[in-house]
Ligand binder design. Sequence first.
Ligand SMILES: [Fe+2]
Ligand SMILES: [Fe+2]
Length: 299
Amino acid sequence: MTVTYPRKFQNTLGARDILKRVVSDRELHLMTLNRYRYSEQRSCKDLTEVIEKLDGQPPELIRDLSHHICDEARHSMWLTDLLVELGANVGNPPGMPYIDEFEWLLDKNTHDPKTNLDDTIIAGMAAINITEKRGCEYFSAHIHALKQAPQTAENIKIRETIEKILPEEAGHVRWGNHWLGQIAAKSPEHRQKVEQAKRKYAAIEQAAYESGMDITLGAELRRVTRLVEVSNTMPLWERPQYLMERLPQALLAPELQFTRIQAAQKAWQRNPQEFMEKFVPMFLNGIKKNEITKEKNSV
Ligand SMILES: [Fe+2]
Ligand SMILES: [Fe+2]
């Protein structure tokens, strides 16, 4: 069976590159931990929604999901305890966090569990599985970065917390693979559906991940491109509605403007010289990329 893995940001920047930068800047580090906390907390709500949608069937999956929620709640608790102890912010992260973007990209109403339980389970499990993989990738890169960083009491405490979470996230990935494998083994048709769902949710996850990182100029247009990539993994008849429902917000993207302005302000306040050297070229690269795309399109 195909194994889908989350890709790098714009195929160039890996989790290790990003986390190395994150742990070297305390403010960014604490903000990142708060984003983890937010995602862990939110996943409890999302998994509860899956349980309610399945409405009791199959009982073994309901049981597993309730255990899963217990794990995620514990992760959130550990991170909240840590952040409060470090005197950091535990408010909702600004802009459109990854998990909100992921949810926005999901097409929630395509499967009715009453008429097709297997399709609902496949969609739910494929969606959970790919986000768990991203979590593992990030946490292991974070631990790696913290091992290279100065061994301060704070860094050690952060590493110990993430080290408690990572094995459980790896367990969630294995659990998801097991369920998806079991469903795929039912029939060739089931196998095909599982493969298709994996491709679709990998595209959705990649789009959500990149949108969260992409704050340079032209991000709105790239967001539309990613939206089209997601719709390409769907059956033809589902594509127009999916796109039409999301295009206006993708183009306006008010939360994107907000994130971009905030990121620029933060970078400026922190280090005006670095702002000119690193942040300004980042915007200019965005412009250049857009111009190249425009030129390509006009040829
Ligand atoms: Fe978790
Ligand atoms: Fe998890």
